[in-house]
Ligand binder design. Structure first.
Ligand SMILES: C[S@@+](CC[C@H](N)C(=O)[O-])C[C@H]1O[C@@H](n2cnc3c(N)ncnc32)[C@H](O)[C@@H]1O
Length: 306
């Protein structure tokens, strides 16, 4: 299937996911998943460094930036957790931030154009689930580095579009052939997964061809030291094996991924899939989600600006 260029709006030329309230609610739920998975607003292993870097000081207020802040949930929660800091949430699209305290402010902007107004300003820069959506992820990481003061901390996190089974084998995605009979394809699906197929489609749709694993992007920027990379598994609809807080993660992921299908249906229809296929796919996808024992994988890197 060919993926057409969906958007003529320059600011949105790469970002293909929805930006409506339903998607903001889904991102808020996914934020909850991140917090359960990593142990809070930032990974437990980075907590001491973050508290040191953001310690109150008589000289100036610490600055936290959340680049590609989406619903703004991470930034507003950080603003509440660090009331003596100034928190900037930056995104292409402004949303409503009813929970935001006074030390949070939103800045509208396109990261791809650079952020010279924030040069060496921030003590902590957070950028989660954004890098694969921009045309030039390396340039993004270089720009994030430029926003940090020397000694400041980068928190760079991302997901992936692959799915593992309970034995950690990659699950084969189901791929629709729009020229063939729909029912026959379903009958012949075999071991191919409708869930993995949906993620694979969105990987094709949204992932920049220049994307590389986040630790490679950090290394290549040559702006950081003490790079610390962790990966996390989130079980879907089951607790997983030896996964901390697995049951809660499994439940959140079931709802998150259901909402991801219903919320992103229009995006998929623009990629050439008929509503007939999408309606059938959604039923098969939800059925699989409810009975599966699968995992998704997420990556979190912290790094200190030299
Ligand atoms: C998948 S969402 C992640 C949102 C948030 N970081 C989170 O983890 O909940 C990606 C966000 O990046 C923003 N984004 C994508 N490209 C951007 C760009 N060039 N400049 C600014 N923001 C961008 C989108 O508008 C969207 O809000």
């Amino acid at each position: 299937m060919t993926i057409p260029n969906q958007d003529d709006n320059l600011a949105n030329e790469v970002y293909k996911l929805p930006i409506d309230l339903i998607e903001m609610d889904r991102l808020a739920l996914q934020h909850r998943m991140w917090c359960v998975m990593i142990g809070g607003l930032f990974p437990t292993h980075a907590a001491d460094s973050i508290h040191t870097i953001l310690a109150p000081s008589d000289n100036r207020r610490p600055v936290i930036m959340d680049v590609g802040c989406g619903s703004g949930i991470w930034s507003t929660e950080m603003a509440k957790a660090f009331p003596h800091a100034d928190v900037i949430g930056l995104d292409l699209n402004e949303q409503k931030y009813p929970e935001a305290p006074d030390n949070f402010r939103f800045v509208q902007g396109d990261i791809s154009l650079g952020l010279p107004q924030f040069d060496a300003l921030a003590d902590v820069v957070h950028c989660r689930c954004v890098a694969q959506h921009v045309k030039d992820p390396q340039k993004l990481v270089n720009i994030l580095a430029s926003c940090l003061r020397p000694g400041g901390l980068l928190l760079l996190a991302d997901g992936d579009w692959i799915v593992y089974d309970r034995d950690m084998k990659l699950v084969k995605p189901f791929v629709w052939d729009t020229t063939k009979d729909v029912q026959k394809q379903v009958e012949n699906a075999g071991e191919r997964s409708f869930y993995a197929g949906w993620l694979a489609l969105f990987g094709d749709l949204t992932k920049s061809e220049n994307y590389r694993p986040i630790e490679e992007l950090i290394d290549a920027s040559e702006a950081f030291t003490a790079v610390d990379m962790h990966s996390y598994l989130s079980p879907i609809s089951w607790p997983g094996e030896n996964i901390p807080n697995g049951r809660e993660l499994g439940n959140i992921m079931n709802i998150n991924q259901r909402n991801f299908f219903s919320g992103a249906k229009m995006t998929a229809s623009k990629a050439g899939l008929t509503m007939e296929i999408l309606d059938i796919w959604e039923k098969l996808y939800n059925k699989e989600l409810d009975s599966c024992q699968l995992y998704n994988v997420w990556y979190y890197a912290t790094a200190q600006k030299v």
